[in-house]
Design a protein around this ligand. Structure first.
Ligand code: ADP
Ligand code: ADP
Length: 230
């Protein structure tokens, strides 16, 4: 079933066109890479689909709603519940422990502290970093920080996770470990994942690759099925 669609999305920044009429459909649980050269509109497409950035024209449909027409407050609530967003630098809050960081989306939604921390430690465990819950982000390696950021982005069990260059700040080994874990956990949970990347090896983790060129989709085919997670 289709979970998210973008239809004829147009967006410019001043006189610079970033999207020139992009349509795409994301199915439940699907892992999709958005690829293309720098400046081709990948981040803009992701941000429009995630309800962060408003398109100038076109529509974004999610769960029967036009999310591009929701108020900022409603879109922000959606991003704390059904949609997850992950950036290149995980942006953990340095003053909070890793466990508190991962629990934060639950706390913001009104969960009790004890339960939120318990759920957070389960998610850290799924990424192999449960032992880091009491530490502060500054004490962690980049790869460990990003795994915690991924755990935080999934702790609310969103239906779609939007990830902009999630491995861009990591070396290739740490990046591959992160993608292996992210795609395995997403699959277990039925979470659709959109990954913006300019790295060809990242696209190999996806079931489908949408390629942009100068603000338009030039390919929306399927890559080879990814290998099963061990
Ligand atoms: P890329 O994904 O190509 O590396 P950047 O890292 O330059 O893009 O941009 C990251 C984010 O910042 C994107 O969401 C993009 O929309 C936004 N951005 C890009 N250029 C500018 C700019 N000149 N001013 C403000 N935000 C920008
Ligand atoms: P990509 O992610 O593929 O690198 P972007 O979506 O970041 O591409 O950018 C597409 C085009 O829009 C580029 O020309 C970029 O400079 C421009 N752009 C993106 N975000 C902004 C922004 N916030 N302000 C100004 N220009 C932007």
């Amino acid at each position: 079933a289709t979970v998210l669609t973008g239809t004829d999305l147009v967006r410019s920044f001043g006189k610079t066109p970033a999207l020139r009429g992009v349509s795409c459909a994301i199915r439940a649980g699907e892992i999709v890479a958005i690829t293309g050269p720098s400046g081709s509109g990948k981040s803009t497409l992701l941000l429009c689909l995630a309800g962060v950035l408003a398109p100038d024209a076109g529509a974004v449909n999610f769960g029967g709603r036009r999310i591009d027409q929701l108020s900022e407050a409603e879109r922000s609530r959606l991003r704390r519940t059904e949609l997850g967003v992950l950036f290149q630098f995980g942006q953990l809050v340095p003053e909070l422990t890793v466990g508190e960081n991962v629990a934060l989306p639950l706390l913001l939604s009104g969960a009790r502290r004890r339960e939120a921390l318990g759920t957070a430690s389960e998610w850290l465990d799924r990424f192999g970093v449960a032992d880091l819950a009491q530490r502060y982000p500054g004490e962690l390696s980049g790869g460990q920080q990003q795994r915690a950021a991924v755990a935080r982005s999934l702790v609310t069990e969103p239906r779609v996770l939007f990830a902009d260059e999630p491995t861009g700040a990591l070396d290739s080994l740490a990046g591959e470990q992160l993608l292996t874990q992210l795609t395995r956990v997403a699959r277990e949970n039925g979470t659709a994942v959109l990954i913006v990347t300019h790295e060809a090896q990242v696209a190999a983790y996806a079931q489908r690759e949408i390629t942009l060129w100068d603000g338009s989709v030039v390919d929306d085919g399927s890559t080879a099925a990814p290998t099963e997670a061990p």
